[in-house]
Write a protein of this length. Sequence first.
Length: 109
Amino acid sequence: VFSVHLSIQQINGSSIYQYLWSWTVNNDFSLEFGYLIDPLTSIMLILITTAGILVLIYSDNYMSHDEGYLRFFVYISFFNTSMLGLVTSSNLIQIFIFFGSLCECAPIY
């Protein structure tokens, strides 16, 4: 619902949203944390949330008798959160953090 609302705002011509928190402020160095939402990001938000929900619905019946049911859904939810964070990142440090967590939640079996 949130991603559809943001996409409608982007279609209506709303500006780019960017909210920043400063982690460190020094004379020469500033590290800021925030998010950036533009038209491409709003489309990707809809795509990621829709695909994530469809995977969760399909996997519920498929994994119902597996002993790793809960762990699987924790990994899938963490993967979706990492993808959303990766898409909305406003700087390269955040992209590195979310990409690293994205690789962590995709274990090799």
